[in-house]
Design a protein around this ligand. Structure first.
Ligand code: NAD
Length: 493
């Protein structure tokens, strides 16, 4: 793709305009944006500072007065148009995700389609967010109305450049907030197009703003006194930092972190369906999904399923139906994990190390990797690898399998593969994870069901999407009225 206009040099988007950063400090003020497909430099990104965040917050604060005064129904009209624009530009947006993130065309398209679904939920808010009113005493009414918070912020990771920004932006804005978003510095291009399309859909200036950069921008967001709520999606290490820092300045915060998802496979599982689901879960988006299968707990004798998995995984061709990982550092980290497991005595059934793609030698590719006879003390059993790698741990029975799953610090997703309803029910009840799949390898709840994990996969109350997000992006105003003097009642009567 030949990048032109705002994409060839990313700028901040503040008050409806693309603006350069305020160079407020010495040292580096920009960085290269690299396509993981072939390692080429595709754009440059400004490294903003507190001053830039402050400008965006002021714009969002100014825009809040008029935006929040509009009716919910009027705000929603803009998102009907925006959703249509996503559909109209589907191919272009898909290729942009591919270019900056490295996933396959099909995976990138599915991401943009999911963004459309998220907008569909946002435009349904007038049917869902209905205020409450009751005559609580003769002539006295109590009402509860949902009100926006003000200026809110959203910080996003690299692995879903289009979808994760849509987890937060449509709902927060439709509910009357204005927003400052900080996309991942590694994949800033999709959000630039998002800003342009929002403007085309009629979003007033200042309602949505983008500030690009790294850690310094995140810290400024956490510290800024005029930001009321912070939503974060990324690794657990940073989720903890952000949650602590944002709440220490008394902001509302929900911070989604990393994952180590366990799939429990029983011998009675349908072999073909299970093998293809497990392989698709561990390798989709090159394993860079917080919902990816990372550990398979094989209960009793499931060798026939493992054999099928290896055959299925052999059909994954890097650069064709298996995308790249995000960076040279990610490739090295993933390969180090595989090497360590091998050194510790695990058996590598399929080895994706040292993969190159002809014609894209500068790209960052790891082939599908299956590691068997992993034990719970190994780092590949405990830590998030975030690559197309699955570790198989053998367990003797359900209790041992559950104990292994429960032993993880994380708790995003867990799944069970079996044809027994009783076994499935036990896993549904006893797995310590926020999202559970039965014969489903990537159990992402679709709208209007909400998305969010447990344990160290999420900090804060509530989930990030669906109905749960309505609570997060609003506050209740409780009003008690008495317009009937004849009622002669003290309201407490
Ligand atoms: P990351 O934590 O490195 O970065 C996320 C955001 O935090 C980026 O915008 C980045 O600029 C910023 N950041 C990075 N280091 C920081 C620091 N020290 N202080 C303040 N801000 C900092 O995550 P990533 O590598 O972009 O994304 C991959 C991670 O995100 C994986 O761990 C994955 O599991 C997780 N993830 C989780 C979910 C979920 O729903 N739980 C969804 C998607 C991704």
């Amino acid at each position: 793709m030949n990048l032109t206009g705002e994409l060839s040099e990313v700028k901040n988007y503040i008050n409806g305009k693309f603006v350069p950063i305020t160079i407020g400090r010495n040292g580096q003020s920009s960085m290269d944006v690299i396509s993981p497909i072939d390692g080429s430099v595709i754009s440059t990104l400004p490294l903003s500072t507190y001053n830039d965040v402050d400008k965006a917050v002021q714009a969002a604060k100014n825009a809040f007065t008029n935006w929040s005064a509009m009716t919910l129904k009027d705000r929603v009209q803009i998102f009907f148009r925006y959703r249509t624009l996503l559909e109209k530009h589907m191919d272009e947006l898909t290729k942009l995700v591919q270019l900056e993130n490295g996933k396959t065309y099909g995976e990138a398209k599915a991401e943009v389609e999911k963004s459309m679904e998220l907008c569909e939920f946002a435009v349904s808010m007038p049917q869902i967010v209905v205020n409450e009113v009751q005559e609580v005493s003769k002539g006295v009414e109590c009402r509860i109305e949902r009100k926006p918070l003000g200026v809110v912020a959203s910080i996003t990771p690299f692995n879903f450049p289009n979808m994760v920004p849509h987890w937060t932006m449509p709902n927060a804005l439709v509910l009357g907030n204005t927003m400052v978003m900080k996309p991942s510095e590694v994949v800033p291009l999709s959000t630039v197009r998002m800003a342009e399309l929002l403007k085309e859909a009629g979003l007033p200036d200042g309602v949505f703003n983008l500030v690009n950069g790294g850690k310094e921008v995140v810290e400024a967001i956490c510290d800024h006194p005029d930001i009321k709520a912070v939503s974060f999606v990324g690794s657990t290490k940073v989720a903890k930092i952000v949650y602590k820092r944002a709440t220490s300045t008394l902001k509302r915060c929900v911070a989604l972190g990393g994952a180590k998802n366990h799939l429990l496979v029983f011998p009675d599982a349908n072999p073909e369906m299970t093998a293809s689901n497990v392989v698709a879960s561990m390798s989709g988006c090159a394993g860079q999904r917080c919902m990816a299968a990372s550990v398979m707990v094989g209960v009793d004798n499931i060798q026939h399923i493992i054999d099928r998995m290896v055959e299925d995984a052999k059909s994954l061709i890097p650069g064709e139906n298996l995308g790249s990982v995000i960076s040279a550092a990610a490739k090295e980290r993933i390969e180090d994990y595989i090497a360590e497991a091998e050194k510790d005595g695990a058996k590598i059934l399929l080895d994706g190390r040292n993969t190159t793609v002809e014609g894209k030698e500068g790209g960052f590719y790891v082939g599908a990797t299956i590691i068997d006879y992993v034990t719970t003390d190994m780092s590949v059993a405990r830590e998030e690898i975030f690559g197309p790698v699955i570790s198989i741990i053998r367990a003797k029975d359900l209790d041992e399998a559950i104990e292994i799953e429960n032993g993880s610090n994380y708790g995003n997703a867990a799944a069970v593969f079996t044809q027994s309803g009783g076994l499935a029910k036990q896993v549904m009840e006893r797995a310590s994870a926020g999202m559970i799949g039965v014969n489903i390898g990537v159990p992402v709840p679709r709208e209007p069901f909400s998305f969010g994990g447990w344990n160290e996969s999420k900090f804060g109350v509530g989930d990030i999407t669906g109905r749960s997000s309505i609570e997060f992006w609003t506050q209740n105003k409780k009003t008690t009225t008495k317009w009937n003097p004849e009622a002669q009642t003290n309201w407490m009567s």
